[in-house]
Write a new protein. Structure first.
Length: 157
């Protein structure tokens, strides 16, 4: 019984019923955040190899603009089909963009792949907040809602 509840006697995000979901969400958030940092670090090399210095800012812009569209799409998908379908669709779209971007031979293809990644990232972001919101309510609500921001360094606690 001690593993099923927190010290206050209420269910938490790390109790037995939610532990796997919480771990999966945190790993997914970390994966997307790491990918963004890796792209920013590798962009000068990618631009040099693809001979696309004039396109340098477009991969970042394409990701951000497409992620807004992905957030809307993710909210609709989550409402219509449920969180599981939305998260899996977001991961599939994000991974497809990652694969195409890694195999691209021209900067225009790389920018398009980053836009596809942005759609997937937007779907993932919305779906993660929806899943986090379905954990039992209580005093942990603020901490629970801030957890998706932790890998990016936005929330100190």
């Amino acid at each position: 019984m001690a593993d099923d509840v927190g010290t206050s006697g209420r269910p938490t995000v790390f109790d037995r019923a939610h532990r796997l979901t919480t771990a999966g969400l945190l790993m997914l958030i970390t994966f997307v955040a790491f990918e963004s940092m890796a792209v920013a670090t590798a962009m000068p090399t990618a631009v040099a190899e693809l001979d696309g210095l004039a396109w340098y800012g477009w991969p970042f812009s394409a990701f951000l603009v497409a992620s807004v569209f992905g957030m809307v799409l993710g909210g609709d998908l989550d409402d219509r089909r449920g969180s599981r379908v939305a998260v899996l669709a977001g991961v599939a779209v994000f991974a497809a963009g990652l694969l195409v971007g890694g195999l691209s031979g021209h900067m225009a293809v790389f920018v398009a792949a980053r836009a596809v990644q942005g759609i997937g990232g937007g779907i993932i972001a919305v779906s993660l907040y929806v899943v986090a919101g379905r954990v039992p309510t209580g005093r942990s609500c603020g901490r629970r809602c801030s957890r998706p921001s932790r890998p990016r360094g936005c929330c100190p606690r």
